[in-house]
Ligand binder design. Structure first.
Ligand code: HEC
Ligand code: HEC
Ligand code: HEC
Ligand code: HEC
Length: 481
């Protein structure tokens, strides 16, 4: 199964590169011959306007979040026009986003942003579709709506080309947030070909928000179908490998097919959410730092940590779920507390109750939903001893691990695993470092994702435990410094 999906991924990727090499050519080399958007515009007038050339896909990304796309500083003041409305209380960066004033549906006050927390009351931009990009460009450089101090001419041109030729009017396709007349079966095919490798078989692999309100592929399709369609068409700012379906020439109907399928996907993933909470619920929920130690902490003296660490389930019960009977029987994390492995077969109500009782009461910090996720997680923990040896070697196949790493981790962590440094102090901690030091911890993160960060939750891929061990074995070969 995996191998098939991955080779498909490479085929699709290859296809995309070819398409990009042909279709995207106009961006890098503004050749007169290749100016797709502007030449197709209705040129009725006798004096033909100068054809603009640029990249409308980049224009779509800039419309979404140009500060992020260009990697520039957010302007110090709110956008001037922002003060002319009072319904939307955001400030700073959001006030500069085209989408914040004009909407994901491009309809401004006439569309979804006519109400709700994003309500702005500004006009839409859909009416400029099909008009001369030169005029649109001029509107982006005029009066209080002048963005030329923030963006160069090419960026503004790209946006103008997007607005002139690439907006999708969803009026006939989306009603009351539901996809109308979409063919979910065809949508699934599109999903499998283009999205499944990163978002997983059920769209639960990446959580875009924190555990107080997890947001998955399906969540955003249901909550904000217009944003979903825009991002499906143009990609996600700063995520280089996420495809822009516009590049592949899908029909309008096919986006709705994709949306119809995405709206059938689940919006929660209790076990993985529970796993991230078990790892570090403070980071996972974005909660404030703890000022006091967990009350039970004082009943041990071997582990001298304080504050947040004393509240982490894993700090008392271990990455191997065996507490004092496992890895944390000794070493700097030695705690002497019981594990949770022996409790896994207890009924859910009993486990829930144990997390709301006496000094072990977490209900002031975690909602019942979150505690139930933790219970779901605890009920399926397993003994890791057969997988990872006491000398930290892992019983896996590095060759398969490398294949999985390359297609699923490399985009964020780089080939050598050094793109992200997890150490916040003086040292360095890369994928290779932590895999060598603490394979038990890494296995947990590979299964459930990283609390508070956007990272693959392997248990929501179609991966076996052996696949995860293979990845772990491979990343133990990466540089540690
Ligand atoms: C703070 C809110 C705000 C932001 C941010 C904003 N606009 Fe506007 N936009 C307006 C308002 C208000 C108008 C109409 C009056 C005007 O032109 O000043 C307008 C007009 C337009 C028009 C002309 C519409 C027509 O019918 O002629 C276009 C095109 C446009 N905006 C595109 C953009 C793009 C692209 C961005 C992002 C680079 C953007 N806007 C950012 C508020 C905003
Ligand atoms: C190469 C990996 C990759 C592929 C393939 C991919 N995505 Fe994504 N996608 C991401 C990442 C990473 C994020 C999270 C970005 C962030 O918020 O930093 C994301 C986020 C999203 C979001 C939510 C953005 C938000 O801000 O809430 C949507 C919607 C989305 N992707 C749709 C799609 C669709 C539709 C496809 C298939 C056509 C797809 N993605 C394919 C990596 C990918
Ligand atoms: C400061 C250390 C500490 C922390 C932090 C901690 N526990 Fe415990 N846990 C204990 C101790 C001690 C016991 C056994 C005695 C008791 O129940 O009070 C226990 C018992 C348990 C049990 C067994 C209950 C039973 O009835 O069999 C489970 C399950 C459990 N903890 C899960 C968690 C989870 C999940 C978290 C994180 C939300 C967590 N613990 C955080 C110390 C801790
Ligand atoms: C969408 C980007 C993304 C993808 C894909 C991704 N990661 Fe991560 N990973 C991160 C981020 C962000 C962090 C957290 C950095 C931090 O907390 O400082 C992280 C953290 C880690 C950590 C360190 C955990 C710790 O705290 O010690 C490991 C190990 C890791 N990732 C391995 C992997 C592996 C293996 C894969 C592929 C199965 C993968 N990651 C896929 C973004 C990603």
């Amino acid at each position: 199964m995996n191998k098939r999906v991955f080779s498909l991924f490479f085929i699709v990727l290859g296809l995309m590169l070819v398409v990009a090499a042909c279709g995207g050519q106009a961006t890098k080399a503004p050749a007169a011959a290749e100016a797709p958007a502007a030449t197709e515009a209705p040129v009725a007038a006798t004096e033909a306007p100068v054809a603009l050339s640029g990249d409308p896909i980049r224009g779509g990304l800039l419309y979404d979040d140009w500060v992020k796309v260009l990697g520039v500083e957010t302007p110090a003041e709110n956008q001037v026009l922002w003060a002319t409305q009072t319904t939307n209380t955001r400030s700073g960066k959001d006030t500069w986003r085209c989408k914040e004033c004009h909407g994901w549906d491009y309809k401004g006050v006439e569309g979804a942003y006519g109400g709700g927390s994003h309500q702005t009351g500004f006009v839409g931009v859909l009416q400029v579709a099909g008009t001369d990009a030169n005029e649109i460009l001029a509107a982006l450089k005029t009066g209080d709506h002048d963005f030329s101090a923030q963006m160069d001419d090419q960026a503004l041109t790209d946006i103008a080309l997007f607005l002139s030729d690439n907006m999708l009017d969803s009026a006939a396709f989306i009603a009351e947030k539901k996809a109308v007349g979409g063919d979910a079966a065809n949508g699934e095919t599109i999903y499998t070909e283009n999205c499944v490798d990163c978002h997983g078989p059920e769209g639960l692999v990446l959580n875009f928000a924190d555990e107080t309100g997890p947001e998955y592929f399906g969540t955003i399709a249901i909550d904000n179908p217009w944003e979903f369609v825009h991002k499906a068409r143009f990609g996600q700012p700063q995520v280089a490998d996420m495809p822009a379906l516009v590049d592949l020439g899908l029909t309008d109907q096919e986006y709705i097919d994709l949306l119809a399928y995405a709206q059938t996907l689940p919006t929660s993933s209790p076990v993985a959410e529970g796993g991230r909470l078990y790892d570090n619920w403070i980071a996972a929920t974005g909660a404030a730092d703890m000022t006091e130690n967990q009350p039970l902490w004082a009943t041990q003296t071997t582990n001298t940590r304080t504050g947040n660490d004393t509240w982490r389930c894993k700090e008392c019960h271990g990455w191997d779920f065996k507490g004092v009977d496992g890895r944390y029987a000794e070493g700097s994390h030695a705690t002497g507390f019981v594990g949770v492995l022996a409790s896994k077969d207890k009924p859910a109500e009993e486990l829930l109750a144990s997390m709301k009782t006496g000094d072990h009461d977490f209900s002031a910090y975690l909602s019942d939903d979150q505690l139930n996720s933790i219970v779901a997680f605890v009920q399926q923990v397993e003994d890791i001893a057969p997988y990872i040896n006491d000398d930290k070697t892992v019983n896996g196949d590095a060759v398969n691990g490398k294949v999985l790493y390359e297609s699923n981790c490399q985009a964020c962590h780089a080939e050598d695993g050094k793109a992200v440094d997890f150490d916040d102090g003086e040292g360095v901690e890369f994928v290779g470092t932590v895999a060598a030091d603490n394979p038990w911890e890494v296995l947990s993160k590979l299964q459930n994702g990283q609390p508070g960060a956007i990272m693959t939750a392997g248990r929501n891929m179609d991966w076996t435990t052996q696949d995860l061990l293979d990845i772990l074995t491979y990343i133990q070969t990466l540089p540690i410094e």
